[in-house]
Design a protein around this ligand. Structure first.
Ligand SMILES: C[S@@+](CC[C@H](N)C(=O)[O-])C[C@H]1O[C@@H](n2cnc3c(N)ncnc32)[C@H](O)[C@@H]1O
Length: 352
């Protein structure tokens, strides 16, 4: 069955993108990927291995780079990419900047849709940028592929009509707002959501979150990864009772709100033999730490992370558990702020 039909059936995908999906050879841009055997070992799956083509032409994200056991690049889930490309609302003649080249597959889809001359893409890992450029060339696409930090955008080639990012952010980099023309669109993973913002003439970009989850590798610096290292269990911690035993862990709901108001934090859930949640650990880059078990929380470090979680939960419950499409974002050169339903109704500062 044709790949686009497999992904979307007969509906919901614009004819132009449908054609791009059919034409772009994902197996040439992703000639191998890594699969985790057991909890630790990453095994390389090559074109000659059984199941390779089926995996490449399935709706699956494929890990394509692993450094020190941590995935650092992938070809994202095709249906998610196409949802984001749809939200980008490109028109013939648009110039697009992509942040996070990875394998080049998304850049190939853009090049097929708009023409290579209209597409620039930036990748933080020099070697990945070089390889993607070469593979794109072999497939007949020649977008500008540059190594650099996507947080700076690509000023030399600005302005752009559209900007799409395919690695995770917790705020909108100011450079993007400066480099996208007024009326242009930015589609970007923010927290565990994807937002679509329209750039105004007043130095702000504003818009709403798209439906569905967002599962992107976090933005990183060259040679690093986006993982937030576990600070270790503290020698001393402050204990108290908590009304919030632990989180439901669903992609939606409170976890989404927390990804906005408590950015740059990491979670590890504890489960019993039946898979039920029994507790969780939460930590941040500054060494702040919280451990929740039953009705008790222990906290340590410069910030009380669980206090933020409780405040966010209280607010979210008070609003009647709003779903993510009701949330929006306003970004300026100085800050990225969140709102519910309308820009005037800011999500309160949770004291993070
Ligand atoms: C999910 S992959 C991108 C998928 C890609 N669009 C594709 O079609 O294969 C995320 C990529 O973001 C890159 N990345 C992380 N931080 C970055 C940064 N600061 N600037 C540019 N790229 C970055 C990673 O190296 C990784 O290749």
């Amino acid at each position: 069955m044709a790949f686009a039909e497999k992904l979307f059936g007969s509906g919901e995908l614009d004819a132009e993108w449908r054609k791009a999906v059919e034409v772009v050879p994902r197996h040439l841009l992703v000639p191998f990927f890594y699969r985790q055997d057991g909890a630790v070992e990453w095994r390389r799956v090559r074109a000659e291995d059984p199941g390779f083509l089926a995996a490449v032409y399935s709706d699956t994200a494929l890990t394509t780079q692993v450094i020190d056991g941590v995935p650092t690049s992938s070809s994202s889930q095709p249906s998610l990419m196409l949802q984001m490309l749809g939200a980008l609302d490109v028109r013939d003649g648009d110039r697009v900047l992509e942040i996070a080249t990875g394998t080049g597959y998304n850049a190939a889809l853009l090049s097929e849709r708009l023409g290579s001359d209209q597409v620039c893409t930036v990748e933080v890992d020099r070697e990945l940028a070089r390889v993607a450029r070469a593979r794109l060339g072999e497939c007949g696409y020649e977008p500008v592929v540059l190594a650099g930090d996507g947080r700076q955008g690509l000023a030399d080639r600005a302005p752009y009509d559209r900007l799409i990012a395919t690695c995770g952010f917790t705020s909108v980099p100011p450079a993007w707002i400066a480099q996208v023309r007024s009326g242009g669109i930015i589609v970007c993973p923010l927290g565990v959501g994807n937002a679509r913002l329209v750039v105004g003439g007043d130095g702000r970009a504003e818009g709403r979150f798209l439906p569905g989850g967002s599962f992107f590798m976090g933005v990183r610096s060259e040679g690093g990864n986006a993982r937030i290292p576990y600070p270790g269990d503290p020698e001393e911690a402050v204990s108290r009772e908590t009304p919030l035993a632990c989180l439901d862990g669903e992609g939606d709901g409170l976890q989404f709100v927390l990804s906005l108001v408590l950015p740059d934090s990491a979670w590890a859930h504890e489960v019993d033999a039946d898979g039920a949640r029994t507790g969780c650990r939460l930590w941040a880059r500054d060494g702040s730490w919280a451990h929740v078990q039953g009705g008790e929380v222990r906290q340590a470090g410069p910030r009380r992370l669980w206090d933020v979680v409780e405040r966010a939960n209280e607010w979210w419950e008070g609003q009647g558990h709003p779903e993510r499409e009701r949330f929006g974002v306003t970004a300026t050169e100085f800050r990225t702020g969140w709102w519910l339903d309308s820009p005037g109704n800011a999500v309160p500062d949770m004291g993070a």
